[in-house]
Ligand binder design. Structure first.
Ligand code: GLY
Ligand code: MN
Ligand code: MN
Length: 440
């Protein structure tokens, strides 16, 4: 759990990084219509959540380093007995002050009037311009009001700065409490993958494995996946973001499952690939062992000082050499690497930051240089090989899509694998699925 104190420390850290006489404005996410008068499940804006822990729409956080008014102000929906009967409880400004530990909370109905006062005569306004057109319009209208006021009575901030680089650099480094939540998200997701492995057999549909996964998530208090679950049997495993999940799983195919829970805001992102019937064929095994070897080499690179690009170079070399050895690529190793021929079969990056967003925020380069790992970063390592049915290779390789994805926390001297509990070697996967067979 993230404490009220930790949220307060984050807000304070933002204020301390703001130049003199600045004001920062962060808006909550909006509800989004799904059809007619129903909405998608509300998902808070990650930056807003990071600074408040508050999960309602129609809210704005204002941070300021001026002595003239409170430094932390939250605008939120008023309590409203009738609306709450229909749409659910609201915290309301009074309770928000005590529950969120934000010193000053006001009704969202006062936002425009108060913003005029808060923005007036500031040197710099920080906000995420271009992220939400309605928030943009509201801010720009305020700035126009200030600029159009009679001379010398009001002044709009002359400088507008994107607040995201500052917030996203903070979000890149996870606190102990965040790492603990991410471990929990990983464990819930791991159990879900194991359930899918247990349920899997020829004749089961992809959506049935998705249902097993979703049930485990929800039963563990993670009602929503961090992204749409991918369950791809055979050739479907070669479609990187396959989410139709409506085919029947066939004997002799592999199934690729990429699924991660969102737990208290934090994402897991795990992929496992295993045989539908519980036994790898020789070609499947050869490719699987190659992806696993590449992943293991990448793990060895994860420690402070190294970069994701260095790990990626290792993986590219191992995969390219392996594909040449198997006769899937032809020619000499260096030439193949130079030509990036592996990209036909490994067409995505090695990994990404992970946190409140599945593809989490934070720069991958600083001053155009690959940034070194530091303790507290969390990332995925997810090499893959995808040989679609129509690929120009021997038939035995066609229709095999493999990805193996784990979530690593960078520590002082290496990494901690948050997703280590999910079976991964050929022997582990076959053993699990053999027991499953005996149970049925
Ligand atoms: N699940 C999306 C990804 O692996 O990046
Ligand atoms: Mn994934
Ligand atoms: Mn991923």
């Amino acid at each position: 759990m993230i404490t009220v104190e930790e949220f307060a420390q984050r807000r304070q850290a933002v204020i301390e990084q703001m130049s003199a006489n600045s004001i920062a404005v962060v808006a909550a996410a909006r509800e989004v219509t799904r059809s007619r008068d129903t909405e998608y499940a509300f998902r808070q804006d990650s930056d807003f959540y990071y600074l408040t822990g508050f999960n309602e729409p129609e809210a704005w956080l204002i941070l300021s380093n001026s002595d003239e008014h409170p430094q932390h102000i939250l605008f939120c929906r008023d309590k409203d007995a009738e609306a709450e009967v229909w749409q659910g409880r609201r915290l309301g400004p009074e309770q928000a002050e005590s529950q969120l530990g934000i010193e000053f909370c006001l009704s969202i109905n006062e936002l425009d009037e108060q913003l005029l006062v808060l923005l007036n005569n500031k040197q710099r306004l920080l906000f995420a311009q271009g992220q939400d057109s309605q928030a943009d319009q509201r801010i720009f209208a305020m700035l126009a009001d200030l600029r159009n006021a009679p001379k010398q009575t009001r002044n709009a901030p002359p400088l507008i700065e994107d607040i995201r680089p500052l917030l996203h650099e903070m979000r890149l480094f996870k606190s102990a409490a965040e790492a603990e939540l991410m471990q929990q998200a990983a464990e819930i997701s791991g159990r879900a993958h194991i359930r899918a492995m247990n349920y899997c057999r020829p004749g089961v549909f992809e959506y049935q494995l998705e249902a097993e996964i979703q049930h485990e998530f929800a039963m563990s208090g993670a009602r929503h996946p961090a992204y749409s679950t991918i369950v791809g049997g055979g050739d479907n495993g070669c479609i990187l973001h396959y989410t139709e999940n409506n085919d029947e799983l066939a004997d002799g195919e592999l199934v690729l499952i990429d699924a991660g829970a969102e737990y208290q805001g934090y994402a897991a992102d795990i992929t496992r690939t295993f045989p539908v019937n519980g036994r790898f064929s020789e070609p499947q095994k050869a490719l699987y062992e190659l992806v696993l070897k590449a992943q293991s080499a990448a793990f060895d690179m994860i420690r402070p000082g190294n970069t994701l690009a260095q790990a990626s170079d290792q993986v590219v070399e191992i995969i390219t050499r392996g594909l040449i050895d198997l006769g899937i690529l032809q020619g000499e190793l260096r030439q193949n690497i130079e030509d990036k021929s592996y990209r036909q079969y490994f067409m995505h990056g090695l990994g990404h930051w992970l946190g409140l967003d599945v593809h989490d925020v934070g720069d991958y380069k600083i001053a155009q240089q690959d940034r070194p790992f530091k303790p507290g970063m969390v990332l995925t390592i997810e090499p893959g090989i995808y040989i679609a049915k129509d690929s120009p290779v021997a038939e035995q390789w066609q229709g095999i899509g493999i990805r193996i994805e784990d979530n690593l926390l960078v520590t002082d001297d290496g990494y901690q694998n948050l997703t280590a509990s999910v079976p991964k070697t050929v022997a582990e996967l076959e053993a699990l699925m053999t027991c499953r067979g005996a149970m049925k």
